[in-house]
Design a protein around this ligand. Structure first.
Ligand SMILES: C[S@@+](CC[C@H](N)C(=O)[O-])C[C@H]1O[C@@H](n2cnc3c(N)ncnc32)[C@H](O)[C@@H]1O
Length: 367
């Protein structure tokens, strides 16, 4: 045994001795003094996370990603924006290490606005063991499919032709996403996805038709509420009919058969460990259901409208401000204000707190 190997073994034994015989979590529960050391460095850590260099916001093509992430293109000032490695040396059972990670993540959250598209290669080949995507995979890679007269493809007035084109786009995006991630994960790596996706038990055509029964899709009535408000503004001469499609966000919610078809297609790369579709009910809605809602009449419509607004306003703004419409920024702001006022009134008249069907998928990288 070489002196070097002997030294490494001794170090490993020392490390094991430090925690051997201890009950699980005992170290974590009795190391607040060590935890205080993290607190003592809090400001320094926040400053370091603020000052550390970030990779530039250069997006990478499929083929560039690997080389770029290994620094091969740094001489051209081009490297991927999505891979930031942070390390701690000496992390015991981990509890005291989570705090600095959380602090760092908080700062990074503010510094990282928009990264690479998830429909391109983002990480080096075989570099990921665990990954997840929440509430994002129903966003399309492009706005290639434009709606004619509806403010959202979830609306019951979206045409069958538009549905067909959007569905094909969504299927191709989900496949591309999985193929790309397939390159980035190590064998047996796990990928958890949660996105808006329908169960075939409730056909898409029923979206928005609230029957009073608590159906899986009843909460999706907000798409039709927005459509009704937009059509009302057309009737009042505030909007043109072309505005409606131009305000839509590039999202689509796949039916279960299409989703399963994609997972079957990529089965050579991703083993489907579990798949189900559950109702994602906003906490506010649960409060009504359980009779715990306070200040229900004021708060609920606002929750509902703000849920929509947070997601859709940037796209509505962009659509209304398109050059062909010839509007000033003030005109656009006034139209948006009217739209959301009317949506709040509609929500007050017919309470529909946000909820939607969420597909939950767990995949394991084959190989
Ligand atoms: C509804 S938000 C979900 C954000 C967060 N995961 C959450 O759970 O609150 C959808 C996110 O997907 C992002 N997104 C949409 N298309 C994307 C794309 N092609 N590549 C990367 N991110 C995208 C949007 O910018 C947005 O941040």
């Amino acid at each position: 045994m070489s002196a070097e190997t002997q030294k490494q073994q001794q170090q490993q034994q020392q490390q094991q001795a430090l925690h051997s015989g201890m009950k699980r979590h005992f170290y974590s529960q009795h190391s607040s003094t060590q935890g205080n050391a993290v607190d003592l460095c809090r400001e320094m850590l926040l400053q370091a996370a603020t000052d550390m260099p970030l990779p530039s916001n250069t997006t990478t093509t499929d083929n560039q990603a690997n080389a770029a992430l290994h620094g091969e293109q740094q001489q051209h000032g081009c490297h991927c924006c999505c891979c930031i490695n942070v390390a701690e040396w000496g992390c015991s059972h981990g509890a005291n290490s989570i705090a600095p990670v959380a602090l760092t993540a908080e700062v990074l959250q503010q510094r990282l606005a928009v990264g690479c598209s998830m429909y391109s290669r983002n990480f080096p080949r075989a570099s990921l063991s665990l990954g997840f995507s929440f509430s994002s995979l129903h966003w399309q890679s492009s706005s290639a499919v434009r709606l004619s007269r509806t403010v959202n493809p979830g609306c019951s007035k979206t045409t069958p032709e538009e549905h067909a084109a959007l569905r094909a786009h969504a299927i191709s995006d989900l496949s591309a996403f999985l193929r790309l991630r397939g390159e980035e994960f190590v064998p047996s790596g796990l990928l958890l996805l949660c996105y808006v996706g329908y169960s075939d038990a409730v056909p898409l055509s029923e979206c928005g038709s609230v029957s009073g029964v608590e159906s899986l899709l009843s909460g999706m009535a907000f798409h039709d509420a927005a459509q009704a408000v937009a059509e009302g503004m057309v009737a009042d001469g505030l909007l043109q009919l072309e505005d409606l499609g131009s305000m839509a966000a590039p999202v689509y919610f796949l039916d279960e058969a299409s989703q399963r078809g994609v997972y079957a297609d990529v089965a050579d790369t991703w083993e489907l460990l579990s798949f189900d579709i559950v109702d994602n009910v906003s906490p506010m809605r649960r409060e009504y259901q359980e009779g715990r809602a306070s200040n229900e009449q004021q708060a609920a419509p606002q929750v509902f409208v703000n849920f929509w607004r947070a997601l859709m306003e940037p796209f509505m703004q962009q659509g209304l401000a398109r050059p062909a419409a010839g509007r000033s920024a003030a005109d656009v702001a006034a139209l948006l204000a009217t739209f959301f006022e009317r949506m709040t009134a509609a929500a007050l008249a017919n309470l529909q707190p946000a909820s939607y069907p969420a597909a939950r998928v767990l995949l394991r990288r084959a190989g």
